[in-house]
Design a protein around this ligand. Structure first.
Ligand SMILES: [Zn+2]
Length: 158
């Protein structure tokens, strides 16, 4: 387990006051309707990034609600910059056909020499690759979420 992942787990468990909750980066936690296209899209994004000496990896698939609550509080009731506009999201859904709350979304990250690049211009090129696989890209939103892709219309499927 990475250091960052442990730090997140500790912070979330302090908020939740109970069990340690961890976000997942595993494509197996994605809803079956998008799992194959997500894996293929990330592989294609990674191939594009490698031409610039960078890599693309999944950074989040499933995110527990306690962690979403903790992220939402940041910049509002806890210190730090605002990192999300969403109280609920497609990383943690409760669709009738996803009884385990499988993720309807994933985040991808650009990395160089193992370092995460949150503001790389490459995201502009990578998002449209998700769209070609029938996914909605957060880069088109009013408050853009560049590294985020999700199942189209998942909210209407509730
Ligand atoms: Zn996301």
């Amino acid at each position: 387990m990475s250091k960052a992942k442990i730090a997140t787990a500790v912070a979330v468990s302090a908020i939740a006051g109970a069990a340690v909750l961890l976000l997942s980066r595993d494509p197996q936690d994605l809803h079956t309707s998008i799992r194959a296209s997500a894996v293929t899209a990330v592989a294609e994004m990674d191939a594009v990034a490698q031409r610039q000496g960078k890599r693309v990896k999944f950074t989040t698939t499933y995110r527990p609600q306690a962690e979403q609550d903790w992220l939402y509080a940041q910049g509002r009731t806890t210190p730090g910059p605002i990192v999300t506009w969403l109280k609920t999201g497609a990383h943690n859904t409760d669709l009738p056909d996803t009884p385990r709350g499988d993720a309807e979304a994933f985040d991808f990250g650009v990395f160089q020499d193992g370092k995460y690049l949150g503001n790389d211009p490459l995201y502009q090129k990578l998002g449209p690759i998700c769209e070609r696989y029938g996914l909605a890209w957060g880069g088109r939103w009013k408050s853009p979420d560049m590294p985020h892709c999700e199942r189209i219309n998942w909210r209407n499927l509730r």
